[in-house]
Design a protein around this ligand. Structure first.
Ligand SMILES: Cc1ncc(COP(=O)(O)O)c(C=O)c1O
Length: 359
């Protein structure tokens, strides 16, 4: 078997022990005589998988009792619409624009009400998190939306604004489970699964219970959070296999020591890469130091030909998917939870050799 180090931004690498466990259970899940893919979502075997996944993520993230954990479909992108549909009673919301995904969220919210963009770093290619001035916040906003980690630009929020009771809604697609977050500070946390949770096709939504039931009359049933909360994500057939893999990822994280343990590993991985980028004469990190993501690390040489050469040669060395997003150029190393320390070390060694050979 030869596995590469996969630096894809998503769908991203999964932990090898998770894949191996899934392989061992694929054809005959725990003597059920069938795979998890072939089971009824109402069967006892699947309900156990589902309940354990909810219990484990609740434990990992220390989710308070007054929140519901939902496994939905439609990706994080459907949340860009579901959030305003369900929460915009006053038809007004505040958004921070920190990149392409924030812009997509803003675009959908504008279809349903007034959007006040309280801050943006668009003028500087989103290379930092903009300072937030509370005097620009709307007093009557239904919610305040941020994108905690910006997958494309490699920035992250390290503190939250004081919104005086206005619920903070966040897109945590590319950082969920990567470090400890205080769930009680948020109204809604949503995250597409395909980076730190499991395969694409599942979207985890953690919603405070008082925010359920606010969808206006006429809202399509499937777009109302209450439908899914009332039915424990089983109003319709949920993405069963994706939930099963997510459950294995949660178990893997618990065995590692939970979020404090993975946070420490992630901080070490990111630090070693940023430290090298800061001392390199060839490569440069593109993001302001204070706002650097632990998950997505964009970097450039400043020379497009050299960037392409690097990406090609890295691939030959088993370091794949390092090409940067088209809007930033250069390279991006996505080093989610499943990227082992050895993968980051291999990347740094390769970069050092490339720098030596191309100076
Ligand atoms: C921060 C962020 N939000 C939203 C999305 C879109 O997610 P999905 O493709 O699951 O709709 C992505 C995808 O990469 C993302 O990184």
């Amino acid at each position: 078997m030869s596995r590469v180090y996969n630096f894809s931004a998503g769908p991203a690498a999964l932990p090898l022990p998770v894949l191996e466990k899934a392989k061992s259970e694929l054809v005959d899940y725990k003597t059920a005589g069938m795979s998890v893919m072939e089971m009824s979502h109402r069967s006892k075997a699947f309900l156990e998988i589902y309940e354990k996944a909810v219990a484990d993520v609740t434990e990992l993230m220390n989710i308070p009792k007054n929140y519901k954990v939902l496994f939905l479909q439609g990706g994080a992108s459907l949340q860009f619409s579901m959030v305003p549909i369900n929460l915009m009673k006053n038809k007004k919301a505040d958004y921070v624009n920190t990149g392409e995904w924030s812009k997509k969220a803003i675009k959908e919210a504008k279809k349903l009400g007034e959007v006040n963009v309280v801050a943006t770093s668009e003028n500087e290619t989103f290379n930092h998190i903009p300072a937030l001035d509370p005097s620009k916040f709307s007093k009557d906003a239904d919610y305040f939306h941020i994108t905690t980690n910006n997958t494309i630009y490699g920035t992250r929020f390290t503190s939250l604004p004081e919104t005086n009771g206005i619920p903070i809604v966040t897109d945590m697609s590319s950082c969920i489970l990567s470090e400890v977050y205080d769930v009680s500070k948020y109204g809604i946390i949503y995250a597409g699964a395909q980076k730190n949770i499991g395969p694409a096709g599942v979207c985890l939504v953690i919603i405070r219970e008082d925010l359920l039931g606010g969808a206006p009359a006429g809202t399509p049933t499937m777009l109302d959070y209450k439908t899914h909360a009332d039915n424990d994500s089983m109003f319709n057939t949920p993405p069963t296999y994706g939930i099963y893999i997510a459950g294995l990822v949660f178990e893997w994280l618990k065995e590692l020591g939970g979020l404090p343990a993975i946070q420490k590993i992630n901080e070490e991985k990111a630090k070693s890469l940023y430290d090298y980028l800061d001392e390199s004469k060839l490569f440069k990190a593109t993001v302001a130091k204070a706002d650097r993501s632990l998950m997505n690390v964009p970097f450039i040489t400043g020379n497009n030909d050299l960037d392409s050469k690097f990406v090609k040669e890295a691939e030959k060395a088993g370091l794949v998917n390092l090409k940067g997003h088209r809007s930033v150029g250069g390279m991006r190393a996505s080093i989610y939870n499943a990227m082992p320390v050895e993968g980051v070390q291999a990347l740094i060694s390769f970069m050092k050799k490339f720098e030596k050979d191309n100076n």
